[in-house]
Design a protein around this ligand. Sequence first.
Ligand code: CTP
Ligand code: MG
Length: 231
Amino acid sequence: MPERLLLIPAAGVGERMKIGYPKQYFPLIDNVTMLEVTVNRLAAMNLFDRIAVVVSDKDSYIETCRFEGNVTVYRCGGETRAQSVLNGLIAAAPGDNDWVFVHDAARPCVEKDSVLRLIDTVENEAVDGAILAMPVSDTIKWVNDKGIIEKTIDRSRCYRAQTPQVFQAEALISALKEAKGSVTDEASAMEMKGATVKVVEGSAFNIKVTYPDDIQIVRNYLQSIQKGQEK
Ligand code: CTP
Ligand code: MG
């Protein structure tokens, strides 16, 4: 049986967050960091055989994190997200046909139902991989380099990519090697190879914490589910 490896790239510097340290170490709720919330929520789903967290070799915060589940930390982050994922995959050394679920440390609100839909898709449909994504509700404009609209894109065909993104290990490693760090998600690297990648509906709460204003949205969500569990 192929295993399920969850790989969490957490080697970014959080430039846009402007807090002076990497955003994955921001205390989100009850003094627990964003990275701990993300890893421990996913571990608690009991859907993964093992979890690999990729941090920078200069990281001075990871030692204080407390993780639940079968978690290994690899200090092999790269210059770009894609390079961090590739380095982490090489270090974690999954079997060729194992499923790799890549999930941003900066998405602490991912829901179990969404992950179950992803697993169902890759394990039962004729696809090379799948990603969580959300349909767009705004009308989408394609513009030239001066910001002048050239056309309106059919929004029923447009999705915002989230994570997890799931692929078989060997295919993903070779796609990332060929993409050479230029891609912002794993699906882009697989698309370049002509792979069949399906979008699976995620959740509006599965936002990537990028700017300071995103923190309140995530805190509200986490507090609301905490209250729900206490009832
Ligand atoms: N990431 C990584 N290695 C990098 C860059 C990013 O592992 N060289 C990780 C981040 O830690 C994050 C995920 O990839 O979990 C998504 O990246 P992003 O939201 O862009 O985070 P940062 O790059 O840290 O933020 P910014 O772009 O604002 O600097
Ligand atoms: Mg970034």
